[in-house]
Design a protein around this ligand. Sequence first.
Ligand SMILES: [Zn+2]
Ligand SMILES: [Zn+2]
Length: 315
Amino acid sequence: MLMRYYEGMIINFNGVRGSIPFGRSPNDMKELLNSDRSFDLNNQEDFIKYCGLGFHSTNIMIENDKKDSCLLIDGGSGIMSAANKIFRDYAREPEINILQTHFHWDHLMGYNFFPQVYMGKVINIYSPLDNLEENFAQLFTKPFFPIEYSFLKSNSEFNFFKVDPYKQYNISSFDVTFYKLDHPDPCWGPRVSIDGKTYSHAIDTEAERLDMDSLGKDSGLYENCDLLHFDAPYLEEEVIGPKKGWGHGSTLRAFKLAELFNIKEISFGHYTPDVNYQKYQKILSATSSYFDKLAPNLKNKLKYNFTYDGQIINI
Ligand SMILES: [Zn+2]
Ligand SMILES: [Zn+2]
């Protein structure tokens, strides 16, 4: 069989919010626009100021550069954008392969409205978590949702694969390995690679373990990755203060990991609803002061950005 060679992957950030989808109301927009009339259509910062960083909860869609297959991470409300992209860009719809990190609502709430589950498709869900099918079925249970799982199963094929952590699997042209994250309920971050390019998913982690000894085998999530998507809705003073134990991190923690593991680029995300423009400005300025303190050899090769819904990064 002819082996295909892939030169990279395309990361689609379909949902970058955490906790709950959150957007600005028309009244909020009106208030902001009235208070500041200098809005510039060509300025990315202005867009973030008025529209926010995004609306949807977690969904990432990873495509290979030939766009012959894709992989989804989590079923937050952003999965609606993945559905539209699959309809639009794939003449022959690929099998739907989903990596599930954990069962918190913000990572599940999109499944009920993901059209592919009703359309006679093959849906494969992979995770180290127990009770995958039982928990998925509960999303389609009356009186919480009118369509029951038995109806879905009569149309589409669902396959649930409980995978072993730390073991590499080949799923839909990608190599995938799950690592443990630091979260109040079990949560697994997938490392996804294709022909030498690597995306590491560290969303829903407080990253309490920041050295090789305490990370142990979980160092593998971070080592030499090209792009790390990292959970950073809080300032470091919040993570060590009122938000301690909530399972979310700060940009400082990602930089500490970058110092250890030769990470090339970091995309921050999983913003809680309180991350409005003012909070975002605080995080930005704290982050640039953390970044300034990094060793010059690291600072020169590390890039970082704050993801927004609809952003696409090629690695
Ligand atoms: Zn979450
Ligand atoms: Zn969570």
